[in-house]
Design a protein around this ligand. Sequence first.
Ligand SMILES: CCCCCCCCCCCCCCCCCCCCCC(=O)SCCNC(=O)CCNC(=O)[C@H](O)C(C)(C)COP(=O)(O)OP(=O)(O)OC[C@H]1O[C@@H](n2cnc3c(N)ncnc32)[C@H](O)[C@@H]1OP(=O)(O)O
Ligand SMILES: Cc1cc2nc3c(=O)[nH]c(=O)nc-3n(C[C@H](O)[C@H](O)[C@H](O)COP(=O)(O)OP(=O)(O)OC[C@H]3O[C@@H](n4cnc5c(N)ncnc54)[C@H](O)[C@@H]3O)c2cc1C
Length: 672
Amino acid sequence: MSEITSSIPLQINPDLQEERDKASFNVTELTHIIYGGIEKTKKRKRLEKLLFSDPFFQEYQNVRAFGSRSEYYAASVKKSTKIFKLRRQHKWTDEEYETVLDICHDDLALTLHHTMFIPALERLATEDQKSKWLTLAKQYKIIGTYAQTELGHGTYLQGLETTATYDPQTREFVMNTPTLSAMKWWPGSLGKSSNHALVLATLIISGKKYGMHPFLVQLRSMDDHKVLPGVRVGDIGAKMGGNSVDNGYLILDNVRIPRNNMLMKNAQVSPDGKFVTRGPSKANYATMMLIRVQICTMAYQVVSSGATIGIRYSAVRRQSKLDPQDREPKILEYQTQQYKIFPGLAMSYAFLFASRSLTRKYEEAFAEIQRGDFKSLPELHCLSSGLKSFCSEHSVRQVEIIRQSCGGHGYLNAAGLGMLVNAAAPMITVEGENTVMYLQLARYILKRFAGAMSGQQLDGSTSYLSMDPATYVCPVMSETDCRNLTALCDIYRYRSYMTVCRVARQVQHDMESDMPQHVAINKNLVDLVRAAKAHSYYIVVKDFVEGVDALVASAPVIKVLRTLCCFYAAHGIAEYSGDFLESEAVGLHQLKWIKNLQVSLLGEIRPDAVALVDAFDYHDITLSSALGCYDGNAYERLFKSTENDPMNKEEVHPSYYQYLKPFMEEMNKSKL
Ligand SMILES: CCCCCCCCCCCCCCCCCCCCCC(=O)SCCNC(=O)CCNC(=O)[C@H](O)C(C)(C)COP(=O)(O)OP(=O)(O)OC[C@H]1O[C@@H](n2cnc3c(N)ncnc32)[C@H](O)[C@@H]1OP(=O)(O)O
Ligand SMILES: Cc1cc2nc3c(=O)[nH]c(=O)nc-3n(C[C@H](O)[C@H](O)[C@H](O)COP(=O)(O)OP(=O)(O)OC[C@H]3O[C@@H](n4cnc5c(N)ncnc54)[C@H](O)[C@@H]3O)c2cc1C
């Protein structure tokens, strides 16, 4: 017993080393592919070294695990400001700064300033306004948030109640929160951190409403951070996760702001109160679309972090017996364990390629929009709405499965998985609740389908809706065909086509039976969401297949990625087999073959599993998990983590003297 210490061995756990030694491909090569080239990997490593040479970043983990909410928030503000200062000091580009946020892998107190406030100014302000406000924001001379959601409305933006009434006498807007349900509720960094907010409010001129527009409102004094007159602001309380962020409430009572504080890129109010609009009516929704695209990348980071922890731990944890003559096996040997974790591994690579493709499309469309060409906007809105929902839903679910696969230790904060699930869970809700966003996609698909039916030639992600279903024959004719990625992709495409076709016909039929349109739509909402999910699944599989096909890499890397891609597609068909059978994208024979393939691929992925997560190259501090550390010394790290637990500070806890001791004394004296 005396040999048991909490020191961490210097060497890599031999069970993990053994895995690394048998990898079939070069891990560094794959890392470069993941991060976009050797130079980017090197840059990331340099930034990582710079950040983590500061002991604060290690100490921060302890506050996160054991601190009170207030301490955690304070540490997070410290971390945010440290990063801001480093950014100025090292003159990081936006890309380098994004990399730093990825390395930090945490929801920081002031992140919203960078992720929403600045992008909103970039997208919604005129050049003159940018030269003033954007410059101040980029120099951190003002700290801002994006205040859109209200207590009564988050989804339905047309229902927002905050008002901005123009007063032509003083050339000011008067900002008001007319009801309880109109108070802003949820914006990140609003409660305690921000001194400015971009408030989304209904514009009123001479009693007439002109829809939702952005207004820059100062909330706190720039001298002492005190709340300004007419403003009431505070924190909305502890949440399931992300408690480093002060999501806040805001009540405005006749707060006057200059006319120029309305961000006027997309619509202007002249000094004498004339309203003029430019571009499409949804131009003010631009910031939300950007974040939806980014959520897909976050979903990749979430699921790849979870897979790293689950696979490394499963390679060092030994339990029970497989061969009665042999030692206890690594739990990774159990087929059921592989079945719980490898879908998350394959999903990581699927989401890597899908988010990359979506980001590229977003950047192309954004460049067009900047030139005043809005033609790609509807397609991008719907693609980003669908993929945001799909990637967030699947990643959060998969990481929870991985957490469960780590047994009891997965339930500890030190495992990092519970925190990861709770931190990631809001991805499902923020920037448009998933069901609502799937329905935005469904609405677009229905319109495109109707277009295809009337002979329109479609392009973009829905071009397949022009297909002639009569020509479809399941491309899998034998068990070996199941490994053909194009064939698997075709199966997804046809399943999506049939799911869309069925619900479109049903809606049409209901409307032709004299049902009002809104009733017909509501009667079919479940199937509409199903169609949007089927379409999104097809897009993700297609992006994965095309991404791997386009890769310039060594044969072993291509081989292992093709195996993962095949597994991802086969697993989806097996998991949603009812839908695939119902749409007749596959028959019973094909389903049986695909299910067999799925199981046999587990064994093929197994030898490379550790190498495939090593390629994500997450730093131990980024991962923040005793179970998933690179050296595999999980038990030592778990034991070490108890040293920081405030519960272990004293040998006898004060509660003993206060409660337990008197209780025990009473019990001992008692005659009963
Ligand atoms: C191990 C440890 C490791 C740790 C690792 C840790 C790893 C890291 C973990 C990290 C995880 C952390 C995550 C935490 C969160 C992060 C913070 C995020 C901040 C979140 C900020 C927010 O949350 S901020 C508020 C967002 N709030 C919305 O998102 C409202 C949704 N609600 C709407 O967005 C509209 O309400 C909605 C529905 C469109 C209807 O809008 P509406 O009613 O006006 O319009 P209609 O439906 O009538 O549609 C009319 C026509 O407009 C078209 N259209 C609509 N939108 C359009 C658009 N954008 N562009 C073009 N077109 C558009 C549509 O397609 C129709 O087109 P058509 O007519 O041709 O059919
Ligand atoms: C951690 C976190 C951070 C956030 N940060 C910000 C921020 O910085 N700034 C900001 O402005 N907001 C922020 N929000 C708010 C967020 O954007 C909203 O919560 C989100 O848009 C969902 O809106 P809601 O809460 O009104 O959900 P609701 O719309 O009330 O959703 C409740 C249920 O109603 C259903 N529903 C609603 N409408 C429809 C419909 N038309 N059809 C079918 N079903 C429907 C939904 O599917 C869901 O099941 C944040 C929220 C969270 C959780």
